[in-house]
Design a protein around this ligand. Structure first.
Ligand SMILES: *[C@@H]1O[C@H](CO)[C@@H](O)[C@H](O)[C@H]1NC(C)=O
Ligand SMILES: *[C@@H]1O[C@H](CO)[C@@H](O)[C@H](O)[C@H]1NC(C)=O
Ligand SMILES: *[C@@H]1O[C@H](CO)[C@@H](O)[C@H](O)[C@H]1NC(C)=O
Length: 351
């Protein structure tokens, strides 16, 4: 039976919902409004805005507390600052494919992929350079943005292929992640995948088309099969870097950009603002990124070594995240897995 009085009450409450955030903290409200403008954020209604503000405020408190300590990196209110850590993880991580144990599953696979043998002695005896930055060599296309799609695996592999293509053929061509998302039937598109699957797709398909021809949409789509024979850039194989060896990862990075997996699930990745990231994270890898070089820097913190070595890591969260889209991760961090598991699942294409 209808109860008009409570209906009316509901309507009244709805009509009286605050149009602006309850502003017991006007400075924080102003900061949130500026942040919303900067990131082009709009919310469906006042209630949602209020909820997002509360999350944002908690994150800012976390950021300020962290930055008041002595660290080799800073946190900031990134574009993920209105998300809880759980929401952030669900939105951007995408390494792995739950429920998929297909022929290309990195563990327990049944089909050995084609690989190209490489001279064992290659560069092994020479001292690697103190620093390498493939961006300066023109082998890295501008930072891309995976959006709300767990396609990091495709971005990681594509950046490594783009780099190798420039190094071998002298041409920097931005290649299509969407083709991998839509057409690699072993992966689950935005639901996740592995870089090795991406390399194997490109090998099987004898190439990958360009970003321009098959642009990124950030959603699962139907494979545009007419694009499959646009094999603009091809690879002949790929190699895995010896797991648990940052030394081998370095040898690979001297030659070309390398696909790696990391644990990027923590709030410190969510809110990373710049500097050499040195902790905390685990070796439970969940995100695909690309090492595009390495280097070292002098640190100022009293409890830090005088020289801090780092990997230069290209991410796919847009240029507004981190150091213009990149993160520097501590190198030779003392664990066999490398920091955040960077030395666990590294691989690179062969041409
Ligand atoms: C690389 O490692 C993955 C994961 O263990 C494995 O599935 C794949 O077959 C390996 N690929 C090559 C070329 O060795
Ligand atoms: C792609 O391949 C199909 C079948 O071999 C062919 O009919 C088609 O013309 C090709 N398209 C392009 C763009 O090369
Ligand atoms: C680090 O400090 C040393 C000694 O002061 C100096 O020679 C070197 O150039 C510095 N390196 C960097 C990257 O600033």
């Amino acid at each position: 039976m209808a109860r008009p009085s409570s209906m009316l009450l509901l309507l009244l409450v709805a009509a009286c919902a605050p149009l602006a955030i309850a502003d017991e903290d006007p400075a924080m409200v102003r900061r949130f409004d500026r942040w919303m403008v900067k990131h082009g954020r709009a919310y469906t209604d006042a209630g949602e805005k209020q909820r997002r503000f509360e999350v944002y405020r908690k994150n800012v408190e976390l950021i300020e507390e962290f930055n008041s300590g002595s660290h080799s990196y800073t946190l900031t209110d990134t574009k993920f600052a209105d998300l809880t850590n759980e929401e952030y993880r669900a939105k951007v991580l995408g390494l792995g494919a739950p429920g998929r144990t297909g022929r290309r599953a990195p563990r327990g696979e049944t089909l050995a992929p084609v690989t190209v043998p490489e001279k064992e002695s290659d560069g092994d005896d020479s001292t690697p350079p103190k620093e390498v930055d493939w961006r300066k060599e023109g082998a890295v296309v501008p930072v891309k943005n995976q959006g709300s799609c767990g396609s990091c695996w495709a971005f990681s592999a594509v950046a490594a292929i783009e780099g190798l293509n420039q190094i071998k053929k002298g041409k920097l061509v931005s290649l299509s992640e969407q083709e991998l998302v839509d057409c690699d039937s072993e992966a689950v598109g935005c639901g996740g995948g592995f870089m090795s699957w991406a390399f194997e797709f490109v090998m099987d398909n004898h190439g990958l088309t360009t970003e321009a021809s098959y642009p990124y949409l950030g959603v699962n789509g139907v494979c545009n099969t007419a694009k499959l024979n646009e094999t603009t850039v091809s690879i002949t194989g790929y190699k895995n870097v010896t797991a648990n060896s940052e030394a081998d990862l370095l040898k690979a990075a001297v030659k070309q950009p390398v696909s790696v997996a990391v644990d990027a699930g923590g709030f410190v990745w969510q809110l990373y603002g710049g500097g050499v990231f040195d902790r905390p994270c685990t070796a439970q890898v969940n995100h695909g990124v690309t090492v595009v070089g390495y280097g070292e820097t002098n640190t100022t913190g009293a409890d830090k070594p005088a020289v801090e070595k780092y990997w230069i890591v290209k991410n796919s969260w847009g240029a507004e995240w981190g150091e213009a889209g990149y993160i520097r991760l501590q190198r030779d961090a003392g664990a066999p897995t490398g920091l955040c598991g960077i030395a666990l699942l590294a691989s690179y294409p062969v041409m």
